[in-house]
Design a protein. Structure first.
Length: 618
């Protein structure tokens, strides 16, 4: 590999879209990036550009924020619209392709640029970014970092005290931020603590050891590539960014890990239900962990786990050395049980399915030619398998009755049937990102109008004056984390509807939802606030999440992956198993349809619908 030119610039890339993520970034993440030891330190050292990768709708609200004006006073701020890359339930793919598109747009200058791959929900300690740049200037081709989560609902009050409403900068010292984080550890983080046997995560990618009340040791298979100075310009994208960017952009393997929270610390805030579907009581067995890791870890992941990261809110205690030895011994036991051959970082099995889903969701938004250029190569292997699978199962939204999600799509299509039969009626679609249904219904052309939730919630009502009384039906889709915003969204939607028009609220997740837990309480509160003189709740419908539906979906997914990876084996197996599994799934779906009800007492739901009617003004 030839000698790289001198480092000439820094470019920070931050993808963010959707109301919740944009709001959290502007309120918390951006002020911490503005601390003297973060973006200002980079801008003093080298020419610096901060590029925000977002949707056209979210760009407007971000541009208006006072924090952005302060950022523009420090470095160059630019926007890149990524509407063509945003899909529902596939955020990792969107993130990866958005990063790759921005890096490729730099052309030949990428080889003398240090790219920072930022994440919108990171809370960053003061000095962290400056220390990362120091590693790159000292010769590192890539800098990897680990992180952990705190409970957003519990941790937010302290942040709001430290970041005043009008503040554009929040300089949070690493140890002070660490103390706050240790007081609000997320259940998903606690489940990964090895020397605690209360719970475990069946799909963990990181491990922790609690040393004392002030100290935590972390070991990570999956680490975030916070900074990369590309060594090659012809990199390929054959897996998610945290699987493929380092080995592709930095083939020398010259990687540095930020191993002390005094030098680098970011904390990720997540709602309490985050990853709750993966949590189980009791300790994690090494055999179970090794089996899970063998399915997805690459050579880089297995190298990552060799390094310990020490998180501490005070001076490191002497007991750290003992716990580091314990961590080494545990990791060695895990490594001995992994399959000898790691998964490839190019053409990773998870990526094959993710890309197939992405291409289906984006349809005509990005041409095949541009898509292959974005990936860095013509990765067409396996696409025809996905087309066959689409014929067998149907397309998302319009799926056949033996598709595991058919009971979830069925009620919506039934409610929309009268509208679809009336060619003059207008439809309003509202969601935080394009969904399977919104993509399908966009085929109606001018009859369908699509708004992001953030547009409705952040813009003044008078902006939508030309649309008053225009729509006969509205389909508004939410995930369970955003239930608290439903009432406000409906208050903005109602004036746009005709008399006796219908608003269909759809709440769905990738995993079953516990309707009698915190989500259920929040939903009941939201429904109570929905009823007004102009809006009447007509029906609530719960689609039950029958347990066996999910294994059947996973089996089909794994068979599809096998067909991609080893066609000579996977395709015959898929052909043999597909028919009986489809019949089994059909029976389960029919049971789910029968059990779909308007009241709910216990168990899990795969979808919840609330149907409202606009009262007649006469």
């Amino acid at each position: 590999m030839g000698r790289l030119p001198p480092l000439k610039s820094v470019k920070l890339l931050l993808p963010v879209w959707g109301y919740r993520y944009v709001s959290q970034f502007l309120e918390f993440g951006l002020p911490t990036l503005m601390a003297a030891g973060n973006v200002p330190a980079l801008a003093k050292d080298l020419p610096c550009e901060f590029e925000i990768l977002t949707s056209s709708e979210d760009e407007w609200s971000i541009r208006q924020h006072q924090g952005l004006h302060a950022l523009a006073g420090i470095c160059r701020v630019t926007f890149r619209r990524i509407d063509h890359l945003i899909t529902v339930g596939n955020n990792s793919t969107t993130l990866t392709l958005a990063y790759a598109e921005a890096v490729r747009a730099s052309g030949a200058s990428m080889l003398d640029t240090c790219f920072f791959f930022l994440v919108s929900d990171y809370i960053v300690a003061n000095g962290s970014l400056a220390n990362v740049l120091d590693r790159v200037r000292a010769g590192a081709g890539a800098v990897l970092v680990g992180n952990f989560q705190v409970v957003a609902e519990d941790a937010t009050p302290w942040l709001r005290e430290r970041i005043m409403p009008d503040a554009t900068c929040a300089a949070l010292p690493a140890r002070e931020l660490m103390r706050w984080a240790l007081d609000h550890l997320h259940p998903a983080t606690l489940a990964n603590v090895v020397n605690s046997s209360l719970s475990h995560n069946v799909h963990t990618n990181r491990l922790f050891w609690r040393v004392d009340k002030d100290t935590l040791i972390g070991r990570f298979f999956l680490m975030h590539m916070l900074a990369i100075r590309p060594e090659v310009a012809d990199f390929k994208v054959g897996a998610s960014c945290d699987y493929s960017f380092v080995p592709e952009m930095c083939p020398s393997g010259n990687v540095s890990v930020m191993a002390d929270s005094d030098d680098f610390l970011v904390i990720e805030m997540q709602p309490r239900p985050h990853e709750s579907a993966f949590l189980r009581p009791g300790p994690l067995k090494i055999s179970t962990l090794a089996r899970s890791l063998s399915e997805w870890t690459t050579a880089q992941h297995r190298q990552n786990i060799r390094c310990s990261v020490v998180y501490h809110a005070a001076e490191q205690p002497q007991a750290v050395a003992v716990m580091l030895d314990a961590a080494d011994a545990y990791v060695e036991q895990v490594m001995q049980r992994l399959l000898a051959k790691p998964q490839p970082h190019y053409g990773h099995p998870y990526w094959v399915g993710a890309i197939a889903a992405f291409r289906e969701a984006t349809r005509s938004r990005i041409s095949d030619e541009n898509f292959y250029l974005l990936l860095g190569g013509r990765v067409t292997a396996g696409f025809w398998i996905e087309r066959v699978r689409a014929i067998f199962f149907g397309l998302p939204g319009r799926v056949w009755p033996w598709h595991p999600r058919w009971p979830d799509f069925r009620p919506v299509l039934a409610w929309l049937a009268p509208f679809l039969a009336a060619p003059t009626h207008q439809l309003l679609l509202v969601s935080d990102a394009p969904t399977f249904l919104s993509v399908m219904l966009a085929e109606l052309g001018e009859r369908a109008t699509y708004f992001r939730t953030s547009v409705l919630l952040q813009t003044a009502p008078e902006v939508h004056q030309p649309l008053l009384g225009r729509f006969v039906v509205c389909l508004a889709e939410f995930d369970q984390r955003d239930v608290s915003t439903i009432a406000k969204a409906v208050s903005r939607i109602a004036p746009l509807m005709r008399d006796r028009g219908k608003i269909i609220i759809a709440i769905r997740e990738q995993r079953p939802m516990n309707v009698v837990g915190e989500f259920g309480t929040a939903l009941v509160d939201a429904i109570r606030r929905l009823t007004s003189s102009s809006v009447v709740v007509e029906e609530i419908r719960y689609v039950p999440a029958i347990r066996a539906r999910w294994p059947s979906y996973r089996i089909f997914a794994r068979l599809g992956t096998a067909a991609h990876q080893r066609p000579w084996f996977g395709i015959p197996v898929l052909a043999i198993v597909a028919a009986p599994l489809a019949i089994f799934t059909l029976i389960l779906n029919l049971v789910a349809v029968v059990r779909t009800r308007t009241t709910w007492r216990r168990g899990m739901a795969s979808s919840v619908y609330v149907v409202m009617q606009i009262a007649d003004a006469k």
